[in-house]
Every structure is written in structure tokens, then in C-alpha cells.
Design a protein around this ligand. Sequence first.
Ligand code: ATP
Length: 271
Amino acid sequence: MAAVKTSSGAEAGLTALAASLRGVTKAYDNGVMALGPLDLAVRKGEFISLLGPSGCGKSTALRLIAELSAPSSGTVRVARHEGEVLPGHGIGFVFQEPTLMPWTSVRENVRLPLRLAGVAKAEARARADEALASVGLADFADAFPRELSGGMKMRVSLARALVTDPDILLMDEPFAALDEITRFRLNNDLLALWRALGKTVIFVTHSVFESVYLSQRVVVMTARPGRIQADIRIETVEPRGEEFRTSAAYSDYCRKVSAALAPSYSGQSTL
Ligand SMILES: Nc1ncnc2c1ncn2[C@@H]1O[C@H](COP(=O)(O)OP(=O)(O)OP(=O)(O)O)[C@@H](O)[C@H]1O
């Protein structure tokens, strides 16, 4: 029987936790055992990456946290902020594809979650503009998606996720389709936003280098059904920048994370 339980942080004993998964498994209707058992606790304000081989259940884990899907067993708890009533309200989701509506402006794309939540038009417009400014697109509110580069479209997608002021930002390989220079730039901008806004970020990536650069913790998952292979804390001077990316400490962490990932691709394939 599926068991999704959500409650206020205090009630759930999650004062310092943004999300916790205990003994969580997920089997899909077609019999695929995608995940678990998985135990994961994410502290408020933390930036963690989930890293693992294709098909190990990373997106499934995000969908469970976002309550878009229910676990087959175990419990998923997400701390709620005061006054929050709707499931998923405190969560922003950024997907690999920006999935923007091509027929309307950037501002209208960002305003969409507020429209769906019934926020008055003038307030929604002001909040959409504020979110666009936070991702460096203040001058593009009236542009159409076709006028933007891939990196700019991803910024719009990020603004749309931030516009509801969520506590937790779930990011599913958001920069995977971008060229490396754009990706580095967005990495830096995302870190600056994370520092400024204090959100909890759970970031899915296939890139060892990206996970180490961005995260306070890299959670390496096994091949399907995904479990935790290693939970590696990245300790370095903050704020991070190019100095970290080119440092010996960065290389050491990348080596450590790669070593933890090795069993998932050196064994028999489960794809
Ligand atoms: N709706 C679904 N119905 C059936 N099987 C599914 C469904 N969604 C995912 N799966 C299967 O569950 C497993 C885990 O999928 P998931 O997308 O969570 O993995 P992932 O680690 O995010 O993969 P990738 O890194 O390739 O995006 C895969 O074998 C996938 O085929």
C-alpha cells in the first residue's frame, strides 16, 4: 500500500529537514523495480546532487518527493511551510527540457504557476518580472521563447520554478542539453541564486564534475533498483568559483565520486 505522508515540519519532527525518504521503494505497474529501498534525509537549505547510471531511479526519486507519484512502500516526508495547504505547493520542478509555451511571452510562461494558483494578475505579473530579474532576464519578459537561446530558455524554466517561492527546488538534469560554456555559466548563476535565496536544492545529474562543483553532498546511487552507494560531503571554501573548479581539492573529490560510481558500470548491465 502506498504511503505518502506529509505534514508540518514541527509535526513530522522535521524542523531541520526539508525532505526525508525512509525505506522507499518504487515498482511500476509494468513490474520494473525502479528504486530502493532508499533512505535519504535532506536538510533545509542543503544543495545535494543525485548521481547514478541511467535508469537507476533518480527521476523517480524526484517525482516521489514532488508527490507526483506514490511509493510502493516506505514513507516520503516533505516539510511544509506555514500556511501551505496544497500538496507540492512548496516545491519547484525544473526538467531537462524547458517545456515553454511557444505561443506566448516569456512573462506569461513564468506567470503560469501563479495563474493556476489563482493569484491576481497584477501581483502575478510583478512576481513573474521579479523571478525573471533573478535569473538575469529582466529585459526579455516580452520576448517569445523562439527568440531565446537554449541557456536563456533554461533560465526561463528556472524562473517559472522560482516564481511560487518554493522551499525546495527539484532539478532533473536541467543543464544536460547545453554546451559546456553555457552550462558552467548556469552552474555559477544557480549557486549564486541558491546562496541568495536559501532554497533546498535536489539536483539530478549524470556529470561527476557538475555534481562536485555544485553540491554540498553528492549522493551516488547504484544501478536499478537505485539505492545509495555513497554519500559524499564536498567541503571547500565558499563561495565556489573557477578557483575551485581548477583546484586539486576539486580533482580529488571528482576522483572519489567516480570511484563510488564505478561498480554501477563495471558490473552487469540492468538496462
Ligand atoms: N512511468 C513508468 N512506467 C514504467 N517504468 C518506468 C516509468 N518511469 C520510469 N520507469 C522505469 O524505471 C526505471 C527508473 O527510471 P528513472 O527515469 O527514474 O531513472 P533515471 O535514473 O532518472 O534515468 P535517466 O538517468 O536515464 O534519466 C527505468 O528502468 C525506467 O524505464
